[in-house]
Design a protein around this ligand. Structure first.
Ligand code: SF4
Ligand code: SF4
Length: 191
C-alpha cells in the first residue's frame, strides 16, 4: 500500500484538496492510504481509505445524514405539533410520501433532510447541499442521485448510487413514480 499525507496549511491547500478529491476517489488511488492531521477533512480521508465502493458510498451517505442531523439538533425549524407543521400541513413535507408513518420518516433521506420551504429558509440559516463537503468523495452521478432522490428509502438510494447502469436506474425511478402515483390516487379515492 502506498501512503499519501495530505498537508493542509491554509485555505488554498484546502481548496486544492477539495478539487483533487475527484482524482483521489478513482481506481488510480486504490492502493493508496491517505493521512492527514487536519480535523476538517478527517471524515473525507476516512471515506477515501474505504476502498470497497458500496462500503464507501454507505459511509459517505450516513456521515452526510449525521452532519445534517447534528446541525438541526434542537432547532425544531418546522415547529411540529401533533403531526402538524408550521405551514399547517399534516405530516409537513412528507404528507405525499407513502413511506411516512405516525412517527415520521422510517428511514434517512438526505434530499428530504435538506429540503425546507420558504417559511423556514426566509427566517433561518439552513445547511445547503454544497456545505456537505464529504459528498465530494462521491462521483458526480451519485451526487446527482443523492440531491434528487426524494420520497425514497435509504436502502433504495444506496442501491441507486451503486447501480452503474443508467437504464436500470431509470426503470427503478419509473417503477417508484408509478407506485407513488397509485398511492396518491388510492388516498384521494379513500378521502
Ligand atoms: S419545510 Fe415547511 S412545509 Fe415542510 S414540514 Fe417544514 S414547515 Fe412544513
Ligand atoms: S422519504 Fe422523505 S418524504 Fe418520505 S417519509 Fe422520509 S423524509 Fe418524508
Amino acid at each position: 500500500m502506498f501512503k499519501k499525507n495530505i498537508i493542509i496549511k491554509d485555505k488554498k491547500d484546502l481548496r486544492k484538496f477539495y478539487s483533487n478529491i475527484k482524482y483521489y476517489r478513482t481506481p488510480l488511488f486504490i492502493f493508496t492510504k491517505f493521512y492527514s492531521d487536519n480535523k476538517e477533512i478527517e471524515k473525507i480521508i476516512e471515506a477515501l481509505n474505504i476502498k470497497r465502493r458500496c462500503k464507501r458510498i454507505r459511509f459517505i451517505y450516513d456521515e452526510a445524514c449525521d452532519e445534517v442531523d447534528k446541525f438541526c439538533e434542537g432547532k425544531n425549524f418546522c415547529c411540529f405539533k401533533n403531526g402538524v407543521c408550521r405551514n399547517k400541513l399534516k405530516n409537513g413535507c412528507c404528507r405525499k410520501c407513502f413511506h411516512v408513518t405516525d412517527k415520521g420518516c422510517p428511514s434517512r433521506n438526505l434530499a428530504c433532510k435538506l429540503f425546507f420551504c420558504s417559511k423556514i429558509t426566509d427566517k433561518h440559516k439552513i445547511l445547503l447541499f454544497d456545505d456537505l463537503k464529504i459528498l465530494y468523495a462521491l462521483p458526480f452521478r451519485c451526487r446527482l442521485i443523492v440531491r434528487h432522490d426524494f420520497f425514497t428509502l435509504r436502502e433504495e438510494i444506496l442501491m441507486d448510487m451503486y447501480i452503474g447502469w443508467i437504464t436500470i436506474l431509470f426503470i427503478r425511478y419509473f417503477y417508484r413514480s408509478i407506485c407513488h402515483f397509485l398511492y396518491r390516487r388510492f388516498r384521494k379515492a379513500k378521502a
